[in-house]
Design a protein around this ligand. Structure first.
Ligand code: ATP
Ligand code: MG
Length: 341
């Protein structure tokens, strides 16, 4: 049985970008492949403090993060669904160390997210921030996951995981790790043409990020729907004066068209055809603001209906499974590198 796996960090409140880029594809795939695949949706809680956070909130955010996964539409009754916390499966950290020693420093140094995040937090550039893509490789390789629904910003880290796995397979035998599918195949598997990148509302050349400091740049999944609508209404656009889908010259407007198509579940080309050539940016913003408001009201209602007991039950089951699978793989790797016989 193949494994589809993804995780969203809970360092901050997740955004609409996380929802559309990671939650939605995972939920869709979990239905499409319910009978034939393991669906591993985990909370990478050890990744949460690669940049500074408020640690007193982490635990509660983790539990809430799981409610978000479930509210996004996962079928809790699917026996192939596995929801777990990374920190409850020690094999992740143990494998990460081994993978560290098979990752050339130069290759890890090329990760653009490290450079970008390092520039955002110059006083807090830690070894953890540098190392996190290798822990991410362990998150994937422990479960022989082939498909990893994620946003475009994570493709470089996926490629790193593929390189590490290939290098170790060449040295220790082809059956050590399943190599995750390359970027193009991942995108096709998610039924997308390209990787998804929802843009910041205030600086639409950048992606929307939950750790961005400007609250107006991002729609949070916990935002009051009316406030979220206001953020859309004040989103940065351009002075062209005509609506066109053009990510280079009109990234703000194009971003709104993408959000509208995803939230209304309509083909992007149809949404573009509806709006192209119109001159009122305000009308488009009103439409998107309305869609965002409805989406958030429905989503938050579903989140509130999930109890802590529901979360505990699903974690207990998921973490037992994850430990069994991950420990089996870890033993295989420990054997390959000569730690055990
Ligand atoms: P941070 O700023 O803390 O890095 P983030 O918003 O980038 O937060 P991550 O936890 O790094 O979120 O990523 C979780 C998942 O969400 C990944 O699959 C990532 O590709 C996806 N994702 C993040 N931002 C976007 C976005 N703007 N558009 C589409 N997908 C996104
Ligand atoms: Mg990120």
């Amino acid at each position: 049985m193949q494994t589809i796996l993804t995780g969203v960090r809970v360092n901050e409140e997740p955004t609409l970008g996380n929802f559309l880029g990671a939650y939605t594809p995972m939920v869709n795939l979990s239905h499409e492949h319910a009978k034939t695949s393991n669906i591993n949706f985990f909370v990478p809680d050890l990744h949460s403090f690669t940049t500074p956070i408020d640690h007193s909130k982490l635990y509660d955010q983790t539990i809430k993060g799981i409610k978000y996964y479930l509210a996004a539409g996962l079928d809790q009754n699917n026996p192939n669904l596995h929801v777990y916390r990374q920190s409850r499966v020690p094999a992740h950290s143990e494998l990460a160390w081994i993978l560290d020693c098979f990752t050339p420093f130069g290759e890890a140094s090329r990760m653009t997210q490290f450079k970008e995040k390092g520039a955002e937090h110059p006083d807090a550039v830690t070894v953890g921030l540098f190392n996190y893509p290798i822990l991410m490789a362990a998150d994937i390789l422990l479960y022989d996951a082939k498909y990893i629904p994620l946003g475009e910003d994570q493709f470089q880290h996926l490629e790193l995981a593929r390189n590490i796995a290939t290098r170790m397979n060449n040295k220790f035998g082809e059956d050590l790790f399943t190599i995750p599918a390359p970027e193009k195949e991942q995108v096709k598997f998610m039924h997308l043409e390209n990787g998804l990148r929802i843009r910041s509302l205030t600086e639409p050349t950048k992606k929307m990020s939950k750790s961005a400091e400007n609250e107006r740049s991002k729609i949070l999944l916990c935002d009051d729907p009316k406030l979220a609508a206001k953020k859309i209404m004040s989103a940065t656009t351009d002075s062209e004066g005509v609506i066109r889908f053009d990510m280079v010259n009109q990234p703000g407007i194009s971003n709104l068209l993408v959000i509208e198509s995803l939230l209304s579940n309509r083909d992007l080309q149809d949404v573009i055809a509806d709006w192209s050539g119109q001159t009122s940016y305000g009308d488009l913003k009103h439409k998107v603001a309305d869609s965002v408001m409805h989406f958030l009201s429905d989503f938050q209602e579903r989140v509130n209906a999930i109890s802590d007991a529901d979360v505990e039950e699903i974690l207990q089951k998921g973490e037992q499974y994850a430990n069994e699978v991950a420990n089996t793989k870890l033993r295989q790797v420990q054997k390959a590198v000569g730690l055990i016989k």
